[in-house]
Design a protein around this ligand. Structure first.
Ligand code: AHR
Length: 494
C-alpha cells in the first residue's frame, strides 16, 4: 500500500535566501575529528597537502562546505590560542580534559586552521574562550588573525602569514550554561556584552559576533541573552541534539536499532521545528527586523559510541536513519530561513553525525554526506513557500508527519525540490501543485537502501549512495512523485 500526500509550491512568492552557511560544519578538537580525520602531518604516508589529508579535503570540497566552526565546542572555552602558534615542536602538550583526557599536542592551531580553510574553500567561524580566558586574550587573538599592522600582525608574519585573515564569524564562548562556565543566563549575558565589546574588526571588515545560545528548550536563556546583549550581537546560537532512547547520556546504538529506534530518532529530528519556532518568537520581540540571526551551530544525532571505541571520542556509525535526520533538519531550516541563517552539523569527520569516517588511510562517505551533497543547490537559493498535507507515520508511542520537504529556486534559476519519506514500510505518492512554476520535465536522485540501518563501511563503502530517480513525472502544473519507503529524493525541474 502507498500513502498519499499533496504538496503545493508557490513559485511566484519567493521567500528568503537559504543561506549557504546553513551548511556550516563543526570541527572540534575531539577524538579523531581533527587529528587523523583531517590532520595527519606533513610526514605522513597518507597523501596530504601541508599536513591535511587529500582524500578528506577533496570530499569536503565536493560539498562546497561554506564555513568551518573551530576549535570547539567545549574545547573552545579552555583553548589558549598562543599555545597553538609558532614552531609545532615547541608548542605545549596539554590535556584535552573534556574529551577523553588524552594529550592535545596543539599541532593544529590558528595557522593550520586557516590552511584547512584555504584548502576546503571555506570561511572561518572561530569560537573564542570565555570560560577560562580573558577579554584581553580573546581581543588579542582577533587582532593576531585579522590586523594588517602592529606587533601581533608582525608576529603572525614571522610565523608564516603576512596577510591578515578574514574572520567573518566569531563565537563569544560556547555553551556558557554548561562546559563553558556553568553560568546563569544573566551572568552569561553580561559576560557576552563585555567580551563582545573587545572583539574589534579592522577598518573595512566585519566580524559577526555570535552569542553562546540556549540548550534545547531553555527559552529563558534566549530571552535573557536578547534582552541584555542584543546590541552587541549579530547572532545567537542554539544547540539541539537528537538522542533517542530517553535522553542523556546518549545510550541508543548507532546501528543496532529496530523500527522503534528509527521512529524515536526521526520524531526527535522533527522537534527542531518547534524549538526554532519558539526561540525565534522570543528573538522577534527584541529584534523584529531579524537583524540578529539564529545560528543552530550544533545539531545532529548523538548515540552511544561505537562498540570498542573510546567513550570520550564520540565516534558513531551513520546509517540511512541519519540521512533522514539530516534531510528533515535541512527542510526545517528552509521553513525558518528568515531567522536561521547559519547552522552547523556536529561534526565534520569521525565525531557524532559525521560526513566522513576515517581509519588510518581509509575513508568512507556517510549517508549524511550524501544528503548534504544532494542539497547543494539549496546553498544561497531562494526559498519557495511549500505546504505539505502529509499522512502520518506512527510507531509505538511516536507519531509524526511522514513526508518532509522543501523547495528552492537555485542560483542556477531552476526549481529544486527535496522530499523525504520517513515511513520505512510504505511508499508515499506525492502530488505537487506547481503554482507559478513552468516545467516540462523533471530529473532526480534518490537515497535509500533495503534496511533502515543500512550504512557504509570501509569494506562496503557504497551500500547507501544516491541513485538516479525515475519516480517523478511532470504534467502541466502538476508533479507526481512516488517516494519509496525510507528515502530522500531531490528533484530538479526543467
Ligand atoms: O559536539 C560535542 C559537544 O556537544 C560540544 O563540544 C559541546 O558544545 C556540546 O555539548
Amino acid at each position: 500500500a502507498a500513502g498519499t500526500a499533496t504538496v503545493s509550491i508557490a513559485g511566484n512568492q519567493p521567500g528568503p535566501t537559504y543561506d549557504r552557511r546553513i551548511f556550516t560544519q563543526f570541527a572540534e578538537h575531539l577524538g579523531h575529528g581533527i587529528y587523523e580525520g583531517l590532520w595527519v602531518g606533513k610526514n605522513s604516508k597518507i597523501p596530504n597537502t601541508n599536513g591535511f589529508r587529500n582524500d578528506v579535503v577533496a570530499a569536503l570540497r565536493n560539498l562546497s562546505v561554506p564555513v568551518i566552526r573551530w576549535p570547539g565546542g567545549c574545547f573552545a572555552d579552555e583553548y589558549h590560542w598562543r599555545e597553538g602558534i609558532g614552531p609545532q615542536n615547541k608548542r605545549p602538550i596539554k590535556i584535552n580534559t573534556h574529551w577523553g583526557g588524552v594529550t592535545e599536542p596543539n599541532t593544529v592551531g590558528t595557522h593550520e586552521f586557516f590552511e584547512l580553510l584555504r584548502q576546503v574553500g571555506a570561511e572561518a567561524y572561530v569560537a573564542g574562550n570565555v570560560g577560562n580566558g580573558t577579554p584581553r586574550e580573546m581581543a588579542e587573538w582577533v587582532e593576531y588573525m585579522t590586523s594588517p599592522a602592529g606587533s601581533l600582525a608582525d608576529e603572525r608574519a614571522k610565523n608564516g602569514h603576512k596577510a591578515p585573515w578574514a574572520v567573518p564569524f566569531f563565537g563569544v564562548g560556547n555553551e556558557l550554561w554548561g562546559c563553558g562556565g556553568n553560568m546563569r543566563p544573566e551572568f552569561a549575558a553580561d559576560e557576552t556584552r563585555r567580551y563582545a565589546t573587545f572583539i574589534k574588526a579592522p577598518a573595512g571588515t566585519k566580524i559577526m559576533k555570535i552569542a553562546a545560545g540556549a540548550n534545547v528548550e531553555d527559552y529563558n536563556w534566549t530571552e535573557t541573552m536578547m534582552r541584555v546583549a542584543a546590541p552587541q550581537l549579530d547572532g545567537v546560537s542554539l544547540h539541539y541534539y537528537v538522542h533517542p532512547a530517553g535522553g542523556w547520556p546518549p545510550r541508543a546504538p548507532a546501528v543496532d536499532f529496530d523500527e522503534n529506534g528509527w521512529a524515536d530518532a526521526l520524531a526527535g529530528a522533527w522537534r527542531m521545528d518547534e524549538l526554532i519556532t519558539k526561540h525565534s518568537a522570543i528573538m522577534d520581540k527584541y529584534d523584529p527586523q531579524k537583524r540578529i540571526f539564529l545560528a543552530v551551530d550544533e545539531w545532529g544525532a548523538w548515540y552511544a559510541q561505537d562498540p570498542g571505541t573510546h567513550p570520550g571520542f564520540l565516534r558513531q556509525q551513520n546509517t540511512l536513519r541519519d540521512a533522514l535526520i539530516a534531510s528533515i533538519h535541512l527542510d526545517i531550516f528552509a521553513k525558518h530561513a528568515d531567522r536561521v541563517r547559519m547552522s552547523a552539523i556536529a561534526q565534520m569527520v569521525n565525531v557524532l553525525q559525521a560526513m566522513i569516517l576515517t581509519d588510518g588511510g581509509k575513508m568512507v562517505l556517510t549517508p549524511t554526506y550524501h544528503v548534504f551533497e544532494m542539497y547543494k543547490p539549496w546553498q544561497d537559493a531562494t526559498v519557495l513557500p511549500i505546504t505539505i498535507n502529509t499522512p502520518w507515520y506512527n510507531k509505538d508511542q511516536f507519531t509524526m508527519r511522514a513526508v518532509s520537504g522543501s523547495a528552492v529556486r537555485g542560483k542556477d534559476g531552476k526549481v529544486h525540490i527535496g522530499l523525504s519519506n520517513l515511513d520505512p514500510n510504505q511508499a508515499n505518492t506525492v502530488t505537487v501543485n506547481l503554482d507559478g512554476i513552468t516545467a516540462s520535465s523533471v530529473t532526480g536522485r534518490v537515497l535509500t537502501a533495503p534496511a533502515i540501518n543500512a550504512h557504509n563501511t570501509f569494506d562496503a563503502p557504497e551500500v547507501v549512495k544516491p541513485a538516479a530517480f525515475n519516480g517523478a513525472q511532470v504534467n502541466g502544473g502538476t508533479l507526481t512523485v512516488t517516494l519509496p519507503a525510507k528515502s530522500v529524493v531531490v528533484l530538479e525541474l526543467q
